[in-house]
Ligand binder design. Structure first.
Ligand code: NAG
Ligand code: NAG
Ligand code: NAG
Length: 400
């Protein structure tokens, strides 16, 4: 009876559902955490006031990601077997406690052991691998791996007129913050640092100091949100910062489409930070300017449409900690369902990055030439000097 109703549902849904998700890249922010770095005059700087150490995932954060993992199980049950199959899923996290823990809590919700995979009846959990690399080697998620070419472009950007004029609007606010927080607030990231701490203290029902009343949350929210556009402000910056991730996602989509192999990865999960979420949305041209919330999730799904007999990219964004159906975003110049080839063409500027080579090839040719010319001149001076010096030395050093 139960089995036949499941079968009936399957029949109904397969005959009416013309769109199927064939592959999904899931990019989420970690769950609820304590402040990472309270400002110097913060009355709540004492770590013992908090449930866990600074910057760590809280119990609420664990619960949020567990619930999200359960929701993924429902959404992707046609892609992911109930039994863990290592060829179907790949999970990657930044090398930070809160994202690693978020991924693990999420996977506990996504892969509760069933039947013979239960290994301890008192613990309905099973280990699922979460991959990571050290931050300084991670261009995919931590975005902290050194990239000289990016730094050059970033410097150019923050000295541009557009950037400086927009920031100047917030100078009075930054002076105000500098006066009360005990540290020099000089850009959007600094504003966001304070906004983020106040947001958490408010969430945890700490009484905020009087000086915050005139600016929190309203006056801080907008410039704090702008901090998420900074890393990907120009097409070249976007290429370096989100190129590697978008390139990987697109490669998975194309291999799903072409190989039609049952062996290819069905779901990739990336556990990361608000900065990843904001930067990716901004690079895609769909950022709404709001600080990404805990567990904010971008779903990049490859859809097969049986009527159109084609593959489409659909991007959805869950901008709340609640478990709800995410909003489908409209991809600029393409809409809510973007043909895969067209999508790849639209973001060609970002996804064609050859990260390692381009990051370290920062000198323009003219500088390279000057370097060798300089080296040549130096060499000649050295030789001349050495010959003369040898003569002098011989003259002086020769026995009388
Ligand atoms: C933090 O609070 C604890 C408990 O109230 C107290 O023992 C400790 O001295 C405080 N530390 C600082 C640096 O104020
Ligand atoms: C903050 O403001 C309240 C009322 O506006 C006042 O009673 C309190 O003394 C002020 N606190 C400080 C630290 O100035
Ligand atoms: C989330 O996104 C939707 C659609 O873009 C928007 O209407 C809503 O206000 C957003 N919610 C928050 C909390 O930003």
């Amino acid at each position: 009876m139960h089995k036949s109703s499941v079968l009936f549902t399957l029949l109904i849904s397969s005959s009416f559902c013309l769109e199927t998700v064939k592959y999904a890249a899931v990019i989420y922010r970690h769950g609820d955490r304590t402040p990472v770095d309270p400002y110097p005059t913060d009355p709540y700087r004492n770590e013992s006031l908090w449930p866990v150490k600074f910057g760590e995932l809280t119990k609420t954060g664990i619960q949020q990601h567990y619930a999200l993992g359960q929701w993924f199980r429902k959404r992707y049950s046609h892609l992911l077997s109930t039994w863990y199959d290592s060829s179907e899923i790949y999970v990657r996290s930044t090398d930070i406690d809160r994202t690693l823990m978020s991924a693990q809590a999420n996977l506990a919700g996504l892969y509760p052991p069933k039947g013979t995979s239960i290994w301890n009846k008192a613990l309905l959990w099973q280990p699922i691998p979460v991959h990571t690399v050290p931050e300084a080697e991670d261009e995919l998620l931590s975005m902290n791996r050194p990239c000289p070419a990016y730094n050059t472009e970033h410097e150019k950007y923050i000295h541009s007129k557009t950037y400086r004029e927009r920031l100047r609007k917030y100078q009075p606010l930054m002076d105000y913050l500098t006066a009360y927080t005990g540290f020099k607030v000089k850009n959007y990231a600094d504003i966001n640092r304070i906004y983020n701490v106040l947001f958490i203290e408010n969430l945890y029902k700490f009484k905020l100091p009087n000086w915050t009343h005139s600016i929190f949350p309203n006056k801080l929210a907008e410039p704090a949100g702008l901090s998420f556009t900074e890393l990907t402000a120009t097409p070249l910056m976007a290429r370096y910062k989100v190129g590697p991730l978008l390139k990987e996602v697109l490669a998975n989509m194309f291999s799903t489409m072409t190989e039609k192999s049952t062996k290819s990865t069905k779901v990739s999960i990336y556990s990361c930070h608000d900065l990843n979420i904001g930067s990716l949305l901004n690079a895609l041209g769909v950022f709404d300017g709001k600080c990404p919330v805990y567990t904010a999730t971008i779903l990049m799904e490859l859809i097969f449409d049986d009527t159109a007999k084609g593959y489409f990219v659909k991007i959805s964004y869950r901008n709340t900690t609640k478990i709800i159906e995410p909003n489908v975003l409209s991809i600029p110049f393409c809409g809510t369902r973007c043909p895969l080839d067209r999508f790849a063409k639209l973001y060609e500027n970002i996804v064609t990055v050859n990260w390692e080579r381009e990051c370290n090839k920062q000198f323009p040719p003219i500088l390279g030439i000057s370097f060798f010319v300089g080296l040549g001149i130096f060499g000649m001076i050295y030789m001349v000097h050495k010959i003369c010096f040898n003569k002098v030395y011989r003259r002086q050093g020769s026995p009388i």
